[in-house]
Design a protein around this ligand. Structure first.
Ligand code: ITT
Length: 190
């Protein structure tokens, strides 16, 4: 069964294909930039993005594909940027977030990943959360997005300091992916 992953972010695709390998699944990259509707929940955004893509690319109706929407939720900012993460990253970036949190003692935050999977018929959503904290400065060169300012719980490195394999042990994305891939491989075994 061929599964396509729709994203414009090559780093996301790398993370996804490494986890897929562990399940002997081959995921193909479908490079497409799509408009995300602004909604309060990542699951709704992912679900609606899936519906939107099926409208503009009706040829996908006979295929299996998924996409993913992720966000960083910061406790002292009441969950901001959350579903607005892409816009906030583009506009104020990591330094802008650190400035908003200047003198803030509560550094708690979590990353959430929401996958919407289309199985030729219906759309299912899967989520994963990784708790952690926001650093005082930008640290590390790897990864992408907010990786240099996020340290997962009980670890002492930011996601940007970790190898891809290590980020894939702790990330929000591998958690939602493992739920999806487990259900897909269970289905194949039946
Ligand atoms: P898509 O084409 O898949 O939508 P994207 O990079 O726009 O790729 P999202 O909309 O899911 O991805 O991400 C929202 C923002 O959160 C965006 O600025 C990302 O850089 C950031 N982000 C998402 N996942 C992340 C991760 O694992 N580590 C750090 N930042 C992340």
């Amino acid at each position: 069964m061929e599964i396509q992953f729709i994203t414009h972010n090559s780093s996301k695709f790398e993370e996804v294909s490494k986890v897929a390998n562990e399940y002997n699944l081959s995921v193909k990259w479908f490079d497409h930039e799509y408009d995300e509707l602004q909604e309060d929940s990542l699951e709704t955004i992912a679900h609606k993005s899936c519906l939107g893509i099926l409208q503009v690319k009706p040829e996908l109706k006979t295929t299996h594909f998924f996409l993913e929407d992720a966000g960083l939720f910061i406790e002292s900012l009441n969950g901001f940027p959350g579903p607005y993460s892409a816009y906030v990253f583009k506009t104020i970036g990591n330094n802008g977030i650190l400035n908003l949190m200047k003198n803030e003692k509560n550094r708690n935050a979590y990353f959430k990943s929401a996958i919407a999977y289309f199985n030729r018929n219906t759309i299912e959503t899967f989520t994963g959360i990784t708790k952690g904290s926001i650093t005082q400065s930008v640290i590390g060169e790897g990864g992408f997005g907010f990786d240099p300012i996020f340290v997962p719980e009980d670890k002492d490195q930011t996601f940007a300091e970790m190898t891809l394999a290590t980020k894939n042990l702790y990330s929000h994305r591998q958690k939602s992916l493992r739920i999806l891939f487990t259900s897909l491989t269970a289905f194949v075994k039946q």
